[in-house]
Write a protein that binds this ligand. Structure first.
Ligand code: 13P
Ligand code: SF4
Length: 305
């Protein structure tokens, strides 16, 4: 995009943002220029908190569908817009209501912790939500020794490694994080021997085992800022490097491979943010009965951490 065009789009977004009383929230994986025009960037937990607390009339959610749905559940009176209606999360789509009910029937009586990467319908049918930032704390707070964690088998495996409780995983996974292989990480470590390795818990267990730090996206951003280290290998979606590089201009950041891209996160562009505010599209709605039940699961999580 030519610099002048980008500036014009940014100016138009800024005037519409004021006119509509809108707040722009962007996930840490968003394209750099989208992160730069956002009012707030963050991980799933931080963005949920912002969505619950904002006094704006409109929330433009630069992320994927389940994140915009979570914002709507927490702020049902607000208009929530997703600039590209096709920005979904394949992992969230790996479990629907029918499959959840079948899985619960196979493990009767067990409480269900739903990762926030799930549809509103699945949240409504679960006991409590969690994000990668608080999953272990949520599981520890539940009064049960055996717990279903869905849909991410990798996050479930990571939780199981951090608790004495028995975790029953559902067989979902994030295609983007599973494209990062342990061989990639070992090669990157050889090339950059002093670099610290950070991994998201959605990575496979052999990648997580190679990591110095396992954290949510914002957890990684904070850790890098506080580290005396100068080089870092990021085992997560590559959009995270944008903020790290801006906040720490002297430090060096490496992707472990060329495949750590979430195509859905990348569907949101500056133009689409502008069109979204111009035409007030694409509105994300959730039926009232699902909102109230899903709210209970998300607010239960927010009360713990
Ligand atoms: P965070 O909550 O850590 O930002 O992760 C969200 C996500 O979709 C990771 O793939
Ligand atoms: Fe979903 Fe994975 Fe993309 Fe996160 S990175 S939004 S879990 S597909």
């Amino acid at each position: 995009m030519a610099a002048t065009t980008e500036q014009q789009i940014t100016d138009s977004i800024n005037s519409l943002r004021r006119e509509r009383k809108a707040v722009i929230l962007a996930h840490n994986y968003q394209n750099g220029e989208v992160q730069d025009i956002a009012d707030f960037t963050g991980d799933s937990l931080e963005l949920s908190r912002k969505a619950a607390a904002t006094d704006a009339d409109v929330i433009v959610f630069c992320g994927v569908h389940f994140m915009a749905e979570t914002a709507k559940i927490l702020s049902p009176q607000k208009t929530v817009l997703l600039p590209d209606p096709h920005a979904g999360c394949p992992m969230a789509n790996m479990v629907d209501l029918a499959r959840l009910r079948e899985f619960k029937a196979q493990h009767p009586g067990l409480p269900v912790v739903a990762y926030v990467n799930t549809t509103a319908e699945v949240k409504a049918e679960s006991d409590i939500c969690c994000t990668s930032a608080n999953a272990v704390k949520v599981v520890e707070a539940i009064d049960a020794d055996e717990i279903i964690c869905l849909p991410d088998k990798s996050l479930a495996g990571y939780i199981a490694s951090q608790t004495k409780k028995r975790i029953v995983p559902y067989p979902g996974y994030c295609p983007t994080h599973h494209r990062i292989l342990s061989q990639d990480v070992m090669r990157a470590k050889k090339e950059h021997p002093t670099a610290k390795v950070l991994a998201h818990p959605e990575c496979t267990s052999d990648v997580v085992e190679l990591a110095d730090v396992v954290a949510s996206t914002s957890g990684m951003i904070r850790w890098v800022a506080g580290s005396a280290g100068q080089e870092f290998i990021l085992c997560t979606e590559r959009g995270i490097i944008h903020k790290m590089q801006k906040d720490n201009p002297g430090k060096k950041f490496y992707n472990p491979c060329g495949l750590n891209i979430c195509p859905n996160m990348k569907k949101i562009t500056l133009e689409k943010v502008l069109w979204s505010l111009e035409d007030m599209v694409h509105e994300v709605t959730v039926p009232d009965d699902i909102i109230s039940r899903a709210q209970r699961a998300i607010e239960g999580m927010l009360a713990i951490v």
